[in-house]
Design a protein around this ligand. Structure first.
Ligand code: 5AD
Ligand code: SF4
Length: 472
């Protein structure tokens, strides 16, 4: 009988991609996926450490497995990802029935760890970063050979895929645990990235999203000393037949250079969408966060973006309630959202993370209630801006990569060929329109007639309705 695998993934797109790889690896060995944790004989959690909330969720999920493991000791439980790297022994202390923990840099060991657990080995630990012992080569090797194992069924849709171009981060922002869990920044070999993009294209993938903590800092130097930067990589990927759209997240403001923006402008497949987190609107706070730029420098970058790519949509992340944030400082965040008119912002309440500079040096002194209020206030302002920016699309046509029926359509259980379909514009806005399921995986023109802060609503452009004024 084949093994049944239950896998739950929390956190960022990088984790979704990691889970995709692990599932591919296990399927090759005869594992089948199940969405029923009780039916599984192998249970994996791919975890996130960026905020305490994500960790609490995993510990509480592990808590619910305690009794199950007692009754069925043959069930294997593994904890993967950032929490495994960060907490290590703490996971076994809190949940001693976990069979193994495995860090983000050791995921290729998962099948062996499961096999050893089945043979009775307890509390196995496979963790480690290149940074500690200087063994960067080891990390590089594992990731680069590991990444090409893909499982198309785990992708966001059959037409979209994530492609890792970089691992780790060297920026060490004071609040952030990522450099401790994912290790030093390393660009993957561009040839391997291009080969992987070709495979994805052959599998019918139209859109790739390049992943890294600071993708625009991407750099790879080969054995002969030839350096490939992000702009060079985009040019290489632009040549891959079948790929129609190239997106990339996340960007670091200081590395958003003119040459890169000009490359984006000159390559039509590269989406005019830039996620460049500002994190805060106050220079004092940015300094405490050690982000390495001022608001003035961020503003200069925005002018460069607007000058070079007038149609680009820019989105941001913000942290509210970081150590020592005053009301006035918080208001500078609100001002910056109004000034920079982001397409959308992800807003997070500061969550102190052990092992970070902030946890060691600064006091997490903003009460939770104040964090919550500031979060709501900033979100309300951002939603106002998102709505105002979206309204500008009314009366314009956009090219939509159709992803499939909208969630609402599924709930409505509509009969007949007409269904509410959902897709995205080149600038990453969500579009809902009446269509049919056969349109999934096509790029179609849709004319926008209504908007909310999060969605554009439209109708397909037909010969009768055209010609239209196009937006990106
Ligand atoms: N608390 C709250 N938010 C955080 N982020 C990173 N670390 C923390 C933290 N300790 C946010 C940042 C980052 C996003 C992925 O998560 O805004 O850009
Ligand atoms: Fe964390 Fe800063 Fe690196 Fe982003 S750039 S992953 S916020 S340390």
């Amino acid at each position: 009988m084949s093994h049944r695998l239950y896998i739950e993934t929390v956190g960022c797109q990088m984790n979704m991609l990691d889970s995709e790889m692990v599932v591919a690896d296990l399927r090759k060995r005869g594992y089948e996926l199940t969405s029923d944790v009780k039916a599984a004989d192998t249970i994996l959690y791919n975890t996130c450490s960026v905020r305490a909330h994500a960790e609490d969720k995993v510990y509480s999920a592990l808590g619910t497995l305690k009794l199950m493991k007692k009754r069925n000791p043959e069930k294997i439980i593994g904890v993967m990802g950032c929490m495994a790297q960060k907490d290590q022994q703490i996971i076994f202390n809190r949940a001693p029935y976990v069979d193994f923990i495995v860090g983000p840099g050791q995921l290729q060991q998962v099948p062996d760890l499961i096999d050893c657990a089945r043979q009775g080995e307890e509390q196995q630990m496979a963790v480690g970063l290149g940074r500690r012992d200087g063994s960067n080569d080891e990390i590089k090797r594992t990731h680069e050979t590991f990444d090409p194992l893909r499982d198309p069924t785990m992708r966001p849709t059959p037409y979209q895929a994530y492609l890792r171009i970089q691992i780790g981060c060297d920026k060490f922002c004071t609040y952030c645990v990522v450099p401790n869990t994912r290790g030093p920044e390393q660009g993957r070999d561009p040839q391997q990235i291009v080969e992987e993009a070709k495979v994805l294209a052959e599998q019918g993938c139209l859109e790739i999203t390049l992943l890294g903590q600071t993708v625009n800092s991407y750099s790879h130097t080969d054995a002969d000393g030839n350096r490939t930067r992000m702009s060079d990589l985009l040019k290489l990927l632009h040549e891959v037949d079948g790929i129609k759209r190239i997106k990339f997240v996340t960007n670091y403001p200081r590395d958003m250079k003119k040459e890169l923006l000009e490359t984006i402008r000159d390559l039509p497949k590269v989406s005019p969408y830039l996620h460049v987190p500002l994190q805060h609107g106050s220079n004092e706070m940015l300094k405490r966060m050690r982000r390495g730029y001022t608001v003035e420098q961020y503003r200069e970058m925005m002018y460069l973006i607007w000058d070079t790519l007038p149609n680009a949509s820019v989105s941001s992340d913000f942290i509210v309630g970081f150590c020592g944030e005053t009301d006035d400082e918080f208001q500078t965040c609100v001002d910056s959202v109004r000034e920079f008119r982001f397409k959308n912002s992800f807003i997070f309440k500061y969550s102190e993370r052990e092992g970070t500079k902030a946890a060691g040096m600064l006091i997490d002194d903003v009460p939770y209630k104040v964090k919550q209020e500031r979060n709501n206030e900033l979100l309300a302002v951002q939603n106002e801006i998102s709505e105002a920016e979206n309204i500008k699309f009314i009366g314009h046509a956009v090219d939509v990569l159709v992803e499939g029926p909208s969630k609402k359509a599924d709930k409505l259980e509509q009969d007949g060929p007409l269904k509410q379909m959902v897709g995205r514009t080149h600038c990453d806005r969500i579009v809902v329109f009446d269509g049919n399921e056969r349109q999934a995986g096509q790029i179609l023109p849709v004319s926008i007639y209504e908007t909310t802060p999060f969605t554009l609503f439209g109708a397909m452009v037909t010969q009768e309705t055209g010609p239209e004024v196009y937006a990106l």
